[in-house]
Design a protein around this ligand. Sequence first.
Ligand SMILES: NC(=O)c1ccc[n+]([C@@H]2O[C@H](COP(=O)([O-])OP(=O)(O)OC[C@H]3O[C@@H](n4cnc5c(N)ncnc54)[C@H](O)[C@@H]3O)[C@@H](O)[C@H]2O)c1
Ligand SMILES: O=P(O)(O)OC[C@H](O)CO
Length: 379
Amino acid sequence: MKTRSHTRKVAGKRVAVLGAGSWGTTFAKILADGGADVVMWARRPEVAREIQEAKRNSDYLPGVNLPLGVRATSRLDLALAGAEQVYVSVPSQSLRDNLTMFAPHLNANAIVISLMKGVEKSSGKRMSEVIAEVLPIDESQIAVISGPNLALEIAKEQPTAAVVSSTSLETAQAVASIARNRYFHSFVNTDVIGTEFGGVLKNLIAVAIGIVDGAGYGENTKASIITRGLVEMTDFAVAFGAHPETLSGLAGLGDLIATSQSPLSRNNTAGRLLGQGYHLNDVVNQMQQTTEGLASVGPILELARAKGVEMPIVEQVRQVLAGTLDPKDIAPHLTTDDEPQGERTKDGQAEGGSAVRRAFKRAFDQLRHGGRGAGGDRP
Ligand SMILES: NC(=O)c1ccc[n+]([C@@H]2O[C@H](COP(=O)([O-])OP(=O)(O)OC[C@H]3O[C@@H](n4cnc5c(N)ncnc54)[C@H](O)[C@@H]3O)[C@@H](O)[C@H]2O)c1
Ligand SMILES: O=P(O)(O)OC[C@H](O)CO
C-alpha cells in the first residue's frame, strides 16, 4: 500500500542514468521500480540497444530482467533532455572527460548525483568536487549516494539501504524520495565528505581483506583488519572534515562489512588474487570491471600524509601492489615493534586529545543544537 502511493508520487519524474555498467544499470532498475521515468546513457551503442530492446544488460547483469519502463540510448542529448535528476556511474578516472561531454546537454536546474566510489588519481579529488569544478551548477545541486550496495544482490531485489548526501538537505531529500523502492531504502545526511570518503576508503580495506584471504589467513586476521581499518577510515575522513558517525553508518561500517565479506566485490577479489601471488598487471587484466580501490591507494596516502594521518593498513596495501611486500607479511595493525606507545597502539575508546574524540564532541554538540550539517544516517 505504502509502496503504491509512493510510486504514484514519483511517477513520471524524468531522470537519467549515465553509465551502463553493473551499478548504473542496477540503479536504473532501482529508480524505475520506484516509479521514475528512466533513460540510460550507454557509451557503446550495442549495450544501449540490448537494454532498449531486450531489457537486459547481459555483459554486466547476466540473468537480470530490467523493468519495461527503462529506456536506453547512446545519445547524450536524448538521455539528458528534460532530466530533472542525473545519476552518474562511470569509472572515477573517466569522470572529468565525461562531464565535459555531458555539460552542453544538462538542464540548468538538474540535480547531479554521483554513484561512484573513487577519487581522481591526478588530483585526489572526490567525485562531487570534480562535478562542482566542471559543471556550471551550484553546490546545492550536487548529491552523492553510498552504502552497502553490491549491484548484483540489489538487481535481484535483495533489500538494502544507502545514504543520499548533499550539502543541501532539501536536495538530499528530493533525491531520496526518487531513489527508493520496496527493496532499496535511502537515508539522508549532509555530510558529503564523510559519505564519499566512506565509499572510497572501504575499497582499500576490502583489498587488504582480500589479500589476507588469498594469503590463507582466517577470520581473526580479517576481523582485526576490518576493525582497525575502520579506525583508519574514520581518522582520515575526520581529518578532512567528516562527521565520525557517518563512518559508523551505512556509508562507512555498513559498506565495509558488505565489501570485505563478499566474493561479488571486485576490490575484495582483486586483493585475493594479489594475496595468491598474482602480479598487479595480471590482476588488472583479469578484472573486467571497475576496481576503484587499486587507483585510490596512491592519492589517499598522499592526502593522508598531508594531514598527518597514519594509515598502516593502506600503506601495506600499497606495498603489496608495488610488489615490495610479501602478502603473507600484511598484518600492520598487529605490529608494535619500533612504535612509540601512542595513539597507534590504542584500540577502542581513545584518550583525551585524539582527533576522533574531538570530532565526536563537535558532532554531538551540533546535534544537540539541532545542527543540520550532521552526518550519520537519517530517515
Ligand atoms: N558494481 C557495484 O556493485 C557498485 C556499487 C556501488 C558503487 N559502485 C561504483 O559505481 C562506479 C561504476 O562502477 P560499475 O560497477 O558500474 O563499473 P562497471 O565496470 O560495471 O561499469 C563501468 C561502465 O562504464 C563504462 N566505461 C568505461 N570507461 C568509460 C569511459 N571512459 N567513459 C564512459 N564510460 C566508460 C563501461 O563501458 C561500463 O559500462 C564505480 O565508481 C563503483 O565504485 C559500484
Ligand atoms: O565491487 P566493489 O568492490 O566495487 O564494491 C561494490 C560496492 O561498492 C559495494 O557497496
